[in-house]
Design a protein. Sequence first.
Length: 322
Amino acid sequence: MLAQQRQRAILERARRSGAVRVADLVRELGVSDMTIRRDLEALAERGLVEKVHGGATVSGAGSTEEPGFAAKSVRQQAEKEAIARRAAEMVRPGSAVALSAGTTTWTLAHHLVDVPQLTIITNSVQVADVFHRAGRADQTVVLTGGVRTPSDALVGPVALAAIRALNVDTLMLGVHGMSPRAGFTTPNLLEAETDRELVAAAQRLVVLADHTKWGTVGISTIARLEEAHVVISDTGLPEDARSALSEQAGTLVLADPAETALPAAARPERPAQPPHEPAAGPRQTTGQAGRSAAGTAEADHAAARTARAAQPAAGNEQEVSR
């Protein structure tokens, strides 16, 4: 068993029971004590478990804990890139697409700048800035305005009023967590309200969520699992999650990070703080001017787009219909 597979198995056990013991894992997985401790260290560095004497517990993020955009942007980069590529394939030129706030939708934005004649509606400062910097005259960007959250989402009455006046073909929704009981959730009450309005404005709901979101529950529900027409995750998604989503969501799409992961030099870097003002670009209708993610990340994504143009599409991605 490879280290990645072993760590995935350890994480699944930890999420089921809340904690794991080194001695139990050594016996179950047939590896040494030192190997298990290295695996737990790797999971702890990614923020997925907390090491304790003799084992580890699932990281105890509360239902209202909201990481900032910069902190989230360096997590599960290969998974987000794979998910974003599959999501971009679902967007037709000339359509109206809403993108919620989040680092997965931000990754998707770097792919959508190559799609002609899009109208993008977003409540994300970071997402709007990606299109602004791309400078395409045939794309229109509508930034809702509103009060800014730690994840760089714009929320509140101004954002809600803007969204209620619009209708879109597709909503690409990033989420904090997903579970059979709570559905798709977020730790921010105001952001949940804004996301619910985006869901109501869209003809089709596509949820983008890597495997680490399964079992995480934020304080507020955005939508039930069965409201999603498509859920795009990655091949790290555990079997119980695959079963639940296949039964309740319209279509489950699993993207393989091993097939689509960027080389290290082309992966997005942690955004600089604070971000700087964007350069002039395509037409925007905004209630609040967007500010940029780091220039380094933008350069990396530009290099990635060039690399993608020269590469064949991945062939090992999986799709499961209800």
